[in-house]
Ligand binder design. Structure first.
Ligand SMILES: Nc1nc2c(ncn2[C@@H]2O[C@H](COP(=O)(O)OP(=O)(O)OP(=O)(O)O)[C@@H](O)[C@H]2O)c(=O)[nH]1
Length: 497
């Protein structure tokens, strides 16, 4: 006989063996005889636990602090709604067959007639409280899912029991319903069943979804001696007929579900570019956001969001042009192979309508940098290259950038085709814009059509930018012009929707 005799240490189990050892567990392979006391042999058997279970960073709190970008946008949590409270099995108060004598008896009878009854005259008996539901809702105050890695289990409270001492009285109350457990998540969080169906996309603040329903409270039953049961059953249905009915008085259990939360940042405009291009500087120059800025790559580890004010030229309509900008971590060549920060954060571009490519115009080869980013975007999701975008050639305060601005603009314009529908004609800001009326590409070649299969498309086969603007976000040079182009791009996207 083999039996488990001690709580398993981390990965080894201790088995007791009295007479014979079953051949399936071989000591030389799985463990060793560790003790031999009173003819009882103990075997320590090392077992490899399933390696599929991903180590939770909660066990290594430092990981969360050091590498928040790996965890801020995805998490698995378990929620449990509350059990229903129990009902009660009640006895009728003592009754006398004879006529009531005296004041005390009459009072008792009056009380009895005060039992709550429904319209049909049936007794209304108290029920156990409803268990707490679990609701997940989008809260503007939240911006990441990091906290769920340290606490990933949420239990709602159970409903209250019927507080009865076993005798039916007029004062009985239902058990208290447990409050709904409301879990706040950042707007943009997608809630899924673990490896399963999509439950909700909480895109806007205030959106919510009920993920686990609390258990229903048990009902109460009146216990009666068999001879008087028939009489009472004419009055009420809640009469206990046999012991198996007692199960009805027990509250229903709550449900437990494992959920996957995935954050997809909600922003109108996504800033993309190589590390150090000046994306965070652009965000802080145009919004109230204050992201970390430094002259070393990968200062930005998680998307930063900023709110772009409305366009004052629209008058009272200005607020309709407010938009959210998302500054994403820098992409590098090979990001799709996991280099740099990888490219998982590109999922945060999914909800954006307009992309802004920020290129360091003072870099060694800005056009190549621009191509690199486009290539990584294409590898992640070719649809991103179909999305309207503008190119910002940054750092024109530096002479090397300023001098080559016209040539860079021309080269970038060559890397793309016309959008099929008619697009902007002439920039009021002087920025170079896509000419829909052109008979071909900027180099004079015939326009490529956008009908090529996505797989075969080169970078050059995707649409050109809506505009290219040379700026210095650090020194505030031509920032207003850039903003005008961003707003014009957004207007176009809105019009297209
Ligand atoms: N001269 C000059 N320097 C700039 C300009 N814009 C940004 N910089 C500098 O470039 C460096 C990088 O700027 P960031 O805004 O952190 O660049 P980023 O693209 O967000 O970088 P990551 O966080 O690595 O993705 C900082 O030292 C900035 O001061 C500019 O217009 N002119």
């Amino acid at each position: 006989m083999v039996s488990l005799i001690s709580p398993p240490p981390s990965t080894s189990y201790l088995f007791r063996h009295k007479s014979s050892f079953y051949g399936t567990v071989l000591p030389e392979r799985c463990g060793q005889v560790s003790q031999n006391l009173n003819n009882i042999r103990y075997y320590a058997i090392s077992c490899r636990l399933s390696t599929r279970v991903k180590e939770s960073p909660a066990q290594k709190p430092n990981t969360l602090i050091k590498e928040p970008h790996k965890y801020f946008d995805q998490v698995i949590i378990t929620v449990r709604s509350g059990d229903g409270g129990h009902g009660a099995v009640l006895n009728m108060p003592n009754q006398r067959a004879s006529k009531p004598q005296g004041k005390h008896e009459k009072e008792k009878l009056r009380r009895k007639s005060l039992f709550k009854r429904d319209f049909g005259g049936s007794l209304i008996l108290p029920v156990g409280g409803h268990g707490g539901d679990v609701v997940i809702y989008a809260d503007e105050g939240k911006d990441s899912l990091l906290e769920f890695h340290t606490k990933n289990r949420y239990n709602a409270k159970r409903g209250g029991n019927v507080a009865a001492m076993g005798v039916l009285t007029a004062q009985l109350h239902d058990g208290l319903s447990a409050p709904t457990l409301r879990i706040p998540v950042p707007p943009g969080t997608v809630v899924k069943r673990k490896r399963g169906t999509l439950l909700a996309d909480l895109a806007r603040p205030g959106d919510e979804v009920l993920v686990a329903r609390g258990g229903q409270g048990g009902i109460s039953l009146v216990e009666m001696p068999e001879h008087s049961r028939k009489k009472l059953m004419a009055l009420t249905t809640n009469v206990m007929r046999d012991d198996s009915d007692k199960v009805l008085a027990v509250g229903q259990p709550g449900e437990e579900v494992s959920l996957e939360l995935i954050l997809r940042v909600v922003a109108d405009v996504g800033l993309v570019g190589l590390p150090n291009a000046g994306k965070s500087t652009l965000l802080s120059a145009t919004t109230l956001a204050r992201p970390d800025i430094a002259d070393y790559p990968f200062t930005t580890l998680m998307p930063n969001l900023g709110r772009l004010d409305g366009d004052p030229s629209l008058g009272p309509q200005m607020y309709s042009s407010e938009a959210t900008l998302a500054d994403l971590p820098g992409l590098i060549e090979g990001a799709h192979l996991g280099k740099g920060l990888g490219r998982n954060f590109l999922r945060h571009l999914r909800r954006t309508r307009l992309l802004v490519h920020v290129v360091d115009a003072a870099a060694e080869n800005p056009v190549n940098d621009y191509r690199t980013v486009k290539e990584e975007l294409r590898m992640y999701n070719p649809d991103y290259l179909e999305r309207p975008y503008i190119v910002v050639l940054n750092k024109i305060d530096l002479p090397e950038a300023k001098d080559r601005l016209p040539s860079l603009t021309e080269e970038i314009m060559k890397l793309g085709v016309d959008r099929p529908s008619s697009e902007p004609e002439k920039s009021s800001t002087g920025a170079v814009q896509q000419q829909s009326s052109e008979g071909g590409n900027a180099d004079g070649s015939s326009p490529r059509v956008l009908t090529k299969d996505k797989k075969d498309k080169d970078i050059e086969d995707y649409p050109r930018p809506l505009a290219i603007v040379g700026v210095s976000v650090l020194k505030g040079i031509r920032v207003d012009e850039m903003l005008k182009e961003i707003r014009a791009g957004l207007r176009k996207c809105r019009g297209a929707n």
